[in-house]
Design a protein around this ligand. Structure first.
Ligand code: MEV
Length: 324
């Protein structure tokens, strides 16, 4: 038996940082993510292969489980895979390859996509066809166990796909969007420290409550107007909203010289708008490129690791490709 699964990564289109202060945000599942391929074995060995980090290991199933304990200090991407496998009772071993077709630790939800895609493939192997609600719940509990804390955004995006509006009470609402959303994601290859950046913004808010409060309010207006624009299929304003949101993110101190350089370059190459995505301080930029995406991609990818992507509507998917 061969099972293939895919779970998307995500970008934050609007509202990072302000969302921490009860303002809305918009997250988009992208058609880049994590492909898992699982093939059955006749013995009780589980062979795990993660090509992007050159990882290969074998573990034995004893009493239907793997004898694997996570190291709380290291927080390895493989922890998510083993935790997902060990939620099931497994009679027979398998080979599993986890292909991460996105950047790790760059704010794109790679750990959630790894977890969700692995859960989907292994659950089918264990003869359990879980609902998406169940997968999202299990994935979030794995993220909490490994990371100590996790918002439901990443695991929801990887499970359900689509575009999600996070309202100011942190409820997630799936938007009905029928327009294309051609995007470019470029990685500056320096990781921002989310915890430190969130704390620095909190301190700025405490020091300048009126000014920073109004910046959050402006971010809120952008997210709300963008929600309407997306629902109405009005792409004309998206680029402007991104550029304005970027200016506001700069003003609260989460931008960097390198990110700025990338953002202005990609605008000069023809992107209709660009901004950092996630916590900033490094990580990735996103650009909205309704026109000339290939030319813009060629130019920016000559300088930075880059991919083109689109909205992924379906969330996690799997197929049993060779059922012998
Ligand atoms: C990080 O991807 C987004 C932040 O808004 C933090 C968070 O919402 O947890 C900066």
């Amino acid at each position: 038996m061969k099972i293939k699964s895919f779970a998307p990564g995500k970008i934050i289109l609007f509202g990072e940082h302000s969302v921490v202060h009860n303002r809305p945000a918009i997250a988009v599942a992208i058609n880049r993510g994590v492909n898992v391929e699982l093939s059955s074995r006749e013995d009780n060995i589980v062979h795990v292969n993660v090509p992007v980090i050159d990882y290969e290991a074998e573990h034995e199933l004893t009493n239907s489980k793997l004898n694997y304990v996570i190291d709380s200090q290291k927080k390895m991407i493989t922890d998510y895979i083993y935790e997902a496998i060990n939620l099931f009772e497994l009679d027979k071993g398998f080979n599993i390859t986890v292909d991460i077709n996105m950047y790790l630790g760059a704010g794109l939800g790679s750990s959630a996509a790894v977890t969700v895609s692995t859960l989907k493939a292994v659950s089918l192997y264990a003869n359990k066809d879980l609902s998406k609600d169940k997968i999202a719940k299990m994935a979030r509990s794995i993220e909490i166990k490994i990371q100590g804390a996790a918002s439901p955004i990443d695991t929801s995006m990887s499970t359900y796909g689509g575009i999600i509006y996070i309202d100011n009470e942190f409820r997630l609402e799936r938007l009905n969007v029928n327009m294309q959303l051609p995007l470019i994601v470029s990685n500056c290859q320096i990781s921002g420290n989310t915890g430190k950046l969130v704390e620095s913004v909190r301190q700025k808010y405490e020091k300048y409550p009126k000014i920073v409060g109004h910046i959050f309010d402006a971010m809120e207006n952008i997210a709300n107007d963008a929600k309407t624009a997306l629902e109405e299929g009005n792409g004309d304003v998206i680029g402007d909203y991104m550029n304005i949101n970027q200016g506001l993110l700069d003003s609260i101190g989460v931008n960097t010289l390198e990110l700025s350089d990338m953002l202005y370059k990609i605008r000069s190459y023809g992107a209709s708008g660009s901004k950092l995505t996630g916590s900033g301080g490094g990580g990735c930029i996103i650009a909205y490129t309704p026109e000339n995406i290939d030319e813009i991609y060629d130019k920016i990818s000559a300088e930075y690791p880059t991919f083109k992507c689109e909205l992924s509507n379906n969330g996690v998917e799997a197929s049993i490709t060779d059922d012998k």
